[in-house]
Design a protein around this ligand. Sequence first.
Ligand code: HEC
Length: 153
Amino acid sequence: MKNLLKFAVLIIVALFLTTSRAYAVEPDHGDHKRHDQAAVTTANALIDEMRALDAAFRDIVSGVAVNDGHKVLLAIETLHGSMEKTRHALHAGEVKLSRNPHKMKEFEKFDKEFHGELEALARAAERDDRKVMASLTKKLLDGCVRCHGEFRK
Ligand code: HEC
């Protein structure tokens, strides 16, 4: 009888552990979902780049908020290659700017400045430079808003 009781307690503890573990990994699932969504490609390289950038920028913001340079760096690394794909698609005429398509030169200037700041942020993240990371992240947000104001419908 005593043994049976011990067995029942063990079962209850085991059940508790597995369910609490399942809850503990829940936020991780959410994260993966977000990255998977960003990884889904469309026929439009610019939209693909923007979705990847959108997901990366969220991680950048939380990394900067808690001074986690490594997280910031990993987020930036997910973007490598997407800017080149967009440039190539724009030049090949596969992708058109939805607003002000005739202002390609200005778009390229915005894009170049933005990616230059992103590179600077990666360097600051490598040395865990909290102040520079924060000011560049604010600048980058201004960059999103400025470019959308001019080129997004
Ligand atoms: C150099 C220009 C430029 C910069 C910088 C830029 N974007 Fe964009 N973004 C665009 C354009 C253009 C579109 C519209 C594309 C379309 O609908 O054809 C767009 C669209 C988007 C979309 C909508 C995508 C969709 O599914 O329709 C999101 C989200 C987005 N950008 C996020 C960001 C974020 C976040 C940043 C900054 C961290 C940023 N963008 C910086 C040019 C830019």
